[in-house]
Design a protein around this ligand. Sequence first.
Ligand SMILES: Cc1cc2nc3c(=O)[nH]c(=O)nc-3n(C[C@H](O)[C@H](O)[C@H](O)COP(=O)(O)O)c2cc1C
Length: 294
Amino acid sequence: MKRVLLVCNSQSGQLTRCAEAFLEPLKRAGAEVDVVVPQPKTAYPWPWGFDNFLKVFPDCVLGLAPEMNAATLTAPHAKYDLVVVAYQVWYLAPALPIVGWLKSEAANVLNDTPVIALCACRNMWQRAFVQVKALVAAKGGRIIDHVVREDSGPAWATFWTTPRWVVKGDKVGSTGLFPPAGVSDEDIATLGVPGGKVATALMAERLGQSVLQGSEAPINRLFVIPELVGRFFFGVWAPLIAPSTGRVRWLLSRVFFVSLCSSLPLMVPAAVVALFIRLFARTWFQGKVDEATA
Ligand SMILES: Cc1cc2nc3c(=O)[nH]c(=O)nc-3n(C[C@H](O)[C@H](O)[C@H](O)COP(=O)(O)O)c2cc1C
């Protein structure tokens, strides 16, 4: 019998539903699926509220995982045929509960094991995946495929609907002007297709290499430069805010937030600059695309 481990912590339940849809064909094929839900000692709030949403920013960018509840980390078996590492993106970085698990001793279960990374987020996951790849590799795991589902609304709408959802818990909104936040039921259901391909490969013992050939995590080239610029900008602010306390931290966090919002109108000229980089620094640009590919 084939053994599969799912590692997944989801606040709203969205990521868990994605993982279940993906794993359903594997269960039908007869695989035994164990689930680990890594929990921080102090749970992150849901919905976040504005203050908490800002407060977690430096920890996300600096990869400072919370203290984890040890009882929630260890898988029932020492060895699996496949591990599915499910993650969300927080501030262009992997969400902290999965970082906490990946940095823990329990993640040694990844050693010399095929790993599929499964992500559900708004749409900016490229830099976070580079970090997930490094964390999995540090434990000796081999990422063979990456499966992503992005929030189903258009990007301009999710700029508003995703933060509203995570801050207020309001997925739909009262105006009816925007589509609901998050990954739609239809998009979640499509995960059965890659799940089916992986199930076939698992049963045929063909998980030594990629099964999905990049088809489930196509790189949106329009986001390559904005994500790199965002990471740079976050990387300047996070170490400034992290050591501060009290009113100074309150103030710095808000200055960061205002500067983040006021930089949004710069996106159009930034896109023109990005186009020039893509035209005249092709090798460097392709390197960044390759980095974010499984
Ligand atoms: C603090 C925070 C920061 C987030 N930052 C991003 C981001 O940078 N990029 C992105 O695509 N989604 C971002 N999201 C959305 C999440 O990736 C995810 O879609 C949402 O939190 C729902 O996940 P869940 O399965 O835990 O409920 C963020 C969410 C939170 C709570």
